[in-house]
Ligand binder design. Structure first.
Ligand code: GYE
Length: 331
């Protein structure tokens, strides 16, 4: 009898434990534009699955209306959590209000949506890069590097921006502009979006070389590595040596950028980590246990270049050497 009771108890406990874990998580991803995005998708999706939860994944293919549809589908399907990154910052109030009305907790990652809610109770927590700081780091690296090689006079910069209106584009542009504003020798002589893709990075760089003349460009600052890598192709095709004739600075710190730095084609990449899966699982697990989280958490990130040792912030931090970190970079 005792044995039977113990067995029933064990079974009941098992059921409660597994039902507490039987969660359904909807994840609306913005698209597949870059190496960063692929790594982010893989990392978040596999973490959710490894936690034993059901994942409903949607790729919005860069379209806000697709993301809105995906969120509404998640609501209809009665998901327990929604993991959300906003393709562009504005235009989310209506659909996010619907999520709030359903009482579905929103876990925000990567690109933050701007909303008009009266307070911040509409989302649980946000985890993503400090985009203005990333842009500012690129600006400071350029200043310090150009000084270290004895460059005199103006620093003429071509900028390739990310997808217009995306948090990562808005923030990186703002942060970089703040460094330019404080340093009149920095001149942005060509400034256009390349939509965070290699193909557009290449095409827009071709246009820039024609428009301003290759000999007038000192630095390319691309708001992600994919655009920098595309631009490198355009620079080579124009008969120039990327990394020497034009200094190349990207953002994300993906493996392909480390390889380009090691090959001498690229000079610097500002890190923005796509690895957010562990944080998503930590947050959902914690919320299930009644925990609350800080509203905003930024991952710790570095700046990588050819030799290391170039200053990139006001706290006296210096760059790391890309070659030392190539082997450990998985994406
Ligand atoms: O830098 C870029 C991607 O939102 C931080 O989006 C992300 C950016 C990333 O396409 O490569």
């Amino acid at each position: 009898m005792k044995k039977l009771f113990a067995l029933v108890l064990a079974f009941a406990l098992l059921c409660t434990a597994s039902s507490a874990l039987a969660l359904t998580v909807g994840f609306t991803q913005v698209g597949q534009e870059s190496d960063w995005r692929t790594a982010n998708t893989d990392d978040v999706c596999s973490a959710i699955k490894e936690a034993g939860w059901e994942l409903i994944y949607d790729d919005a293919q860069q379209k806000q209306e697709n993301q809105v549809k995906a969120v509404r589908n998640f609501i209809t399907q009665g998901v327990d959590y929604i993991v959300f990154t906003a393709v562009v910052t504005t235009g989310w109030d209506e659909v996010l209000q619907e999520v709030v009305d359903e009482g579905i907790p929103l876990v925000l990652i990567d690109r933050f949506p701007e909303t008009n809610f009266p307070d911040d109770s509409w989302y649980t927590t946000y985890f993503g890069g400090d985009f203005p700081e990333e842009g500012a780091r690129a600006g400071r690296w350029i200043l310090n590097y150009m000084a270290s090689v004895g460059h005199e006079g103006d620093i003429n910069i071509v900028r390739l921006q990310g997808t217009t209106g995306a948090d990562a584009q808005v923030g990186r542009t703002k942060g970089f502009d703040s460094v330019v504003a404080a340093n009149p020798s920095m001149k942005i002589i060509f400034d256009q979006t390349g939509n965070f893709t290699r193909a557009e990075g290449q095409a827009v760089m071709e246009a820039a070389l024609k428009a301003v003349g290759a000999e007038n460009i000192d630095v390319l600052w691309a708001e992600n590595d994919d655009m920098a890598l595309g631009a490198i192709e355009a620079i080579k095709a124009a008969g120039l040596v990327p990394g020497k004739d034009i200094i190349i600075v990207g953002c994300d710190a993906v493996k392909a950028a480390f390889e380009a730095i090691v090959a001498g084609d690229m000079n610097c990449t500002v890190e923005c980590t796509p690895l957010m899966g562990d944080r998503v699982v930590e947050v959902i697990t914690g919320l299930e246990a009644g925990q609350t989280f800080e509203k905003t958490v930024h991952p710790v990130e570095y700046v990588y270049d050819t030799n290391g040792g170039i200053a990139y912030d006001d706290a006296g931090n210096v760059t790391l050497k890309a070659a030392d970190h190539l082997a450990e970079r998985l994406y």
